[in-house]
Design a protein around this ligand. Structure first.
Ligand code: ATP
Ligand code: MG
Length: 424
């Protein structure tokens, strides 16, 4: 019996015995498994209305409201090891005191984030083979999946993709194209997303390394691990090597009192220069929220010599972000354009949060009233009033830096943007 047939059979049984909670829960489970979350939500709503404390129904409601973890890329990393006997017990989402909304919300928080995990984020503590921690992904998203941001896309095309696609150009410019590209801007505005889309565009592998983590994880062996990271990227070539939080590693060398840190920076420079190794097919992209902390040596020609400012999403981008956040949720009558118009200044991450709040509101009201309903414009509009742009602090810092810092032209693009904006 196929899934649909099973679902229909159980649906008939539920109709015959509407008070049978276990049966209805089973139906909801089948619907959730079949990716029919919105139908499951309806069944669970009926069940919770009759039995508000039903723990299985609550957990499943969360699962039904959470889209399947459909990351747009396949992962070819080794499977994570089984948790050891000392591993903490998995978190539960309900407590004896009642429903744990905080846990529920954090679970909902996974909805948009998992598209772009920073490799290493949920890695285990360093073992004897730390190199295995770098996950090699195969992104399937392309630049066309990046909403709006036309200027950034044009710059990426000129600075990166066109030469890659055109071997003649590459020969003509030779070594100049060997360096990497630095994406900078406020948090949550699409740097990681863009880097992945570039890898997808090139049909390249994608390895992401958060540098503060490399430093934390492997004190004493960071230098070797920077080397291993590049070795792994060269083996996976063509490969986009994404160095996230590059500021953590590249902080002005004068600031890095610690000499072991300095040797890590030097190691990175050596690898970027491709000394003793061939970086052909390794495209280094780096990202930072604090470009002013980066060691100028990192920006010399052949290193991270091209910079691209990634600003908060424009209206078209916000529309795309709302769409992808809401695509898998039970929504009804949502006007994406209006949402985009009403969310100026919000980052991608802020918009994700708006969608979580709206979902929580619809879910909470539904469970309370026993009348489960879809997420609608009213929920989203209300959520919009609750979320302030998280980029304001960054804008203030950026303004101070461009106003009072040394002006060597590095932040010309940023300065031009700020001058035109309300942040000046
Ligand atoms: N133009 C866009 N089109 C579609 N989705 C986008 C766009 N810009 C950002 N997003 C979404 O916004 C979210 C935040 O983006 P991302 O994680 O890439 O930001 P970031 O700049 O790397 O943030 P951080 O500085 O915190 O690392 C992601 O879920 C991403 O999918
Ligand atoms: Mg990022």
């Amino acid at each position: 019996m196929g899934n649909d047939a099973a679902i229909e059979a159980i649906r008939r049984a539920v109709a015959a015995v509407p008070s049978d909670g276990a049966l209805r829960l089973h139906l909801a489970q089948l619907l959730t498994d079949a990716g029919r979350g919105s139908e499951a939500v309806v069944e669970l709503g009926v069940l919770l209305a009759a039995e508000p404390d039903h723990p299985g129904a609550r957990e499943l409601m969360l699962a039904a409201l959470t889209p399947p973890a459909a990351t747009p890329e396949t992962t070819v990393a080794p499977a994570p090891r089984e948790p050891g006997p000392d591993a903490p017990a998995p978190e539960t989402h309900s407590t004896s005191k009642g429903f744990d909304w905080h846990a529920a919300e954090s679970q909902l928080g996974d909805i948009a984030a998992p598209m772009f995990v920073t490799s290493g984020e949920d890695q285990e503590q360093p073992g004897t083979e730390p190199v295995e921690a770098f996950e090699t992904q195969r992104p399937t998203i392309k630049l066309s999946d990046v909403g709006g941001m036309e200027q950034v896309k044009e710059r990426l095309d000129a600075a990166f993709l066109a030469p890659m696609r055109n071997p003649e150009l590459r020969r003509l410019y030779g070594k100049n194209l060997r360096g990497g590209l630095l994406l900078y801007g406020p948090p949550g505005c699409g740097k990681t997303f863009l880097a992945k889309a570039l890898a997808g565009e090139l049909g390249a592998a994608f390895i992401s390394a958060g540098l503060s983590e490399i430093l934390d994880m492997w004190i004493g062996s960071s230098e070797r691990n920077v080397h291993e990271l590049f070795v792994q990227a060269r083996q996976a070539a063509p490969c986009v090597l994404f160095l996230d939080e590059i500021d953590a590693l590249g902080q002005k060398r004068t600031q890095t009192r610690n000499s072991s840190m300095r040797s890590v920076v030097n190691q990175l420079l050596t690898e970027l220069d491709g000394i003793g190794a061939d970086n052909e097919g390794v495209y280094v992209l780096a990202a930072t929220n604090q470009p002013w902390d980066i060691d100028p040596a990192m920006r010399r020609p052949g290193r991270l010599d091209r910079t691209i400012l990634v600003l908060p999403p424009d209206a078209a981008a916000r529309e795309a972000i709302f769409r992808s956040n809401l695509a898998q949720r039970p929504v009804e009558g949502v006007d994406l354009r209006r949402l985009a118009a009403g969310s100026d200044g919000l980052s991608g991450a802020d918009i994700t949060y708006v969608c979580e709040l709206a979902t929580e509101r619809a879910m909470m009201e539904g469970v309370r009233s026993g009348n489960v309903r879809m997420i609608g414009m009213a929920d989203l509009q209300h959520a919009l009033t609750q979320v302030r742009p998280s980029t304001s602090g960054w804008m203030d810092t950026a303004r101070t830096v461009v106003q009072y810092g040394e002006d060597d032209g590095t932040f010309a693009e940023l300065k031009a943007f700020l001058k035109k904006s309300k942040h000046w």
